[in-house]
Design a protein around this ligand. Structure first.
Ligand SMILES: Cc1cc2nc3c(=O)[nH]c(=O)nc-3n(C[C@H](O)[C@H](O)[C@H](O)COP(=O)(O)OP(=O)(O)OC[C@H]3O[C@@H](n4cnc5c(N)ncnc54)[C@H](O)[C@@H]3O)c2cc1C
Length: 427
């Protein structure tokens, strides 16, 4: 993340977050990329859906128009696809799902190899996933989460013939005089026109960038969460980890054993919750309420972890017992070879990992006047100021379980809007 931060990030992650090994490491067939399972436990099979769609769609043209276009095939987009199917709509004819990723798995396919299912919270099953014979509750926790989720989503796409078109990178969306969306893609295929646009784009492509003074001056290694590849990249370094969420804690746990020293910085003292109670219902509800309130008012979304706290999992407890879960208050500025604390003292660092959260990845919607950093007025998945635009997985829907719930409503309302043109659709 040196020099021009946003540009560097855009080049290295937003356009192609897959590491430079040609994608073989992300082959959900196995970490070897040769179709063989990567571990002895619960072998995973080849991703039939992603394999088929990549091969087919590389040469296929997109349609000139489709009634409903879903951008993004992560948890939110696939859930919407499922509920559209349930309502009798046909993939490719009535709706089309596109995704810029090379394979199935949403953002998960791009996450670092040492991340395992169960490291953070729980991944809810996609609706109807039982029919594929898979459940995240019994998924293997030894292979990388990227591989497991990629495999499970691929099976899901295949089982329901969702026919995701990929890689298709939506770069711009405009409306014409009658409110039809005109959707442009990166590879200059013809524009696609649609009456209903479901942006299920997630947040992975839009990490928050640090605004601490001096960030540009730092001469060491500096990354944001989506750029993390392996703890080995930090071996022998003095590392500052910034952020109070699951990613920061995961980095703390993984980097501590190999680094010369690690310090953990957060703006506020972190709160931990009892994992035995899961994400307690009250906290979960309160978090969703705050997200919903901000979304309806068009304010920037609050951080989820500030409401829910982090579950103190056995792994984190071990970290605490080893004295590694000691948080330091946020430093005041960055200098070439370290940081300066609020009291003016200097502390040297070789690397800084900024795990400071994400915004919804709404860049392609900027022509419609939307900017997630300023806030977007969204209620029940409807972008209130843009008729026909749904934001799936946004705000109160930004977890796998709430994305599933929101998707049912979005599918229903998309169909209603197509038939009566009322915006926002009535309850
Ligand atoms: C490290 C980490 C761990 C997490 N762990 C959990 C957990 O344990 N449980 C949980 O519930 N949640 C977890 N989350 C949050 C989790 O990512 C979401 O709950 C969920 O997976 C998001 O699904 P989504 O469909 O909204 O987004 P994504 O999975 O990000 O999918 C969005 C899709 O849209 C595509 N896309 C984006 N922009 C474009 C474009 N312009 N054109 C075409 N395609 C586009 C992307 O390629 C991507 O496939 C975690 C998040 C992080 C960062």
């Amino acid at each position: 993340m040196p020099g021009t931060r946003a540009a560097a990030y855009t080049l290295t992650v937003t356009r192609d977050p897959v590491p430079t090994d040609g994608g073989a490491r992300r082959d959900p067939a196995g970490a070897r990329g040769d179709g063989a399972p990567s571990t002895g436990t619960a072998p995973l099979e080849r991703p039939t859906a992603s394999e088929r769609t990549v091969a087919r769609d590389a040469s296929a043209a997109l349609p000139d128009s489709v009634p409903i276009l879903v951008v993004g095939a992560g948890q939110a987009g696939l859930s919407v696809g499922y509920h559209l199917l349930r309502r009798g709509l046909e993939p490719a004819g009535d709706f089309l799902i596109v995704d810029r990723g090379p394979g199935a798995g949403g953002a998960w396919q791009h996450r670092w190899d040492t991340l395992r299912l169960g490291d953070a919270h729980r991944i809810a099953d996609l609706p109807g996933m039982g029919e594929t014979g898979r459940s995240f509750d019994s998924a293997p926790t030894e292979p990388p989460a990227a591989v497991v989720v990629g495999d499970y989503y691929a099976r899901y796409e295949d089982a329901f013939a969702l026919d995701v078109a990929r890689p298709v990178d939506v770069t711009d969306v405009r409306t014409d005089a009658d409110g039809t969306f005109v959707v442009s893609t990166a590879d200059a295929r013809a524009d696609v026109r649609t009456r209903v646009l479901v942006a299920a784009v997630g947040t992975w492509g839009s990490p928050r960038l640090p605004d601490v003074p001096g960030v540009e001056d730092f001469r060491g290694r500096q990354i944001v969460t989506p750029e993390f590849r392996s703890p080995a990249d930090f071996a022998g370094l003095r590392v500052a980890i910034v952020g109070g969420g699951a990613s920061a804690l995961g980095f703390l746990r993984e980097v501590s054993p190999v680094a010369t020293g690690v310090r953990w910085f957060t703006r506020r003292p972190p709160a931990f919750s009892d994992p035995a109670k899961g994400l307690s219902e009250d906290l979960g509800r309160e978090s969703v309420r705050l997200q919903d309130e901000a979304a309806r008012a068009g304010r920037e979304l609050p951080s989820i972890v500030s409401t829910t706290g982090m579950p103190l999992t056995p792994r984190l407890r071990a970290l605490r017992d080893a004295g590694l879960l000691e948080r330091s208050p946020m430093f005041a500025r960055v200098v070439t070879d370290g940081v300066v604390h609020a009291d003016g003292t200097f502390e040297p660092f070789d690397a800084i990992i900024w795990a400071i959260g994400f915004h919804a990845d709404l860049g392609p919607l900027r022509s419609l006047g939307l900017d997630a950093r300023r806030g977007v007025r969204v209620a029940d998945g409807h972008a209130l100021d843009v008729p026909g635009l749904f934001l799936a997985g946004y705000g109160p829907q930004a977890s796998t379980i709430s994305a599933n719930r929101g998707a049912r409503r979005i599918a229903r309302d998309a169909q209603r809007y197509l038939s009566d043109g009322r915006w926002p659709p009535a309850r």
